[in-house]
Design a protein around this ligand. Sequence first.
Ligand code: SAM
Length: 246
Amino acid sequence: MSDYQGHAADYQTAKRQPWRTYLEQPSALALLGDLSGQSVIDLGCGEGHYSRLLNQLGAAEVLGIDLSGDMVELARSQERSHPVGIHYQVGDAADLVLEQPVDLVFAGYLFNHARNREELRAQFRTVSSLLRPGGRLVALNNNPDDHPSNFKAGRPYGYSKSIDGPLVEGAAIHYRFVLEDGGVFELTDYYISREVMQMLMEDCGLQQVRWPQPILAEKGVEALGADYWTAIMATPPFCLIEAIRA
Ligand SMILES: C[S@@+](CC[C@H](N)C(=O)[O-])C[C@H]1O[C@@H](n2cnc3c(N)ncnc32)[C@H](O)[C@@H]1O
């Protein structure tokens, strides 16, 4: 993924914005719950931010997979510095095959990299094949309900979005994150509606699809005040997805 090759460290810095700490992460952790004893794949693991959290939630085995060799190397270097037993490998979510099915697949901002419904269907097919029957998919995804008229609303929170034309399936959406040191990190994702995503999941045997509401941590209100969160809570930049393998 060219957006990430050479920019792995910038992406890691962008994970420290307050909305990540107080909104994205607590929402994902609440949905994941206690993972004691579970085998987990972190698909599109990046530099391992969520792989390490999955480990802290009690998962017995965590395997992180990412297309970007730079991301996997950064993840491995953190595992070398603080070994907790997480394994990482380079792989493509479109055609990954593993022998042992797992209890949980987590995918953080992976699906929004699919450029069209065929690519997204391939990713969901992979997720389905990696899970045991009854196993769970938990995902973070860019919020497909965020309309271009709202694309500048993220600026006070350190990010903004832009689009070259109308919001049609496969349209490229450009993200711009302003980092703590004033630097900028940019990446491009693709629009696929919530309805199409859900239809494709169900086609691939991922059932009982839910889109839980994000949860703001009380510490975020204490740190920055309630008013700070009003706009981002009206239209969060991400959505949560849960589905069960039939
Ligand atoms: C926005 S980053 C998210 C990283 C991490 N999951 C997180 O939430 O912090 C998306 C990651 O997905 C990876 N990716 C994109 N397409 C992929 C594919 N087809 N297979 C595996 N990884 C992919 C990118 O290399 C990148 O590391």
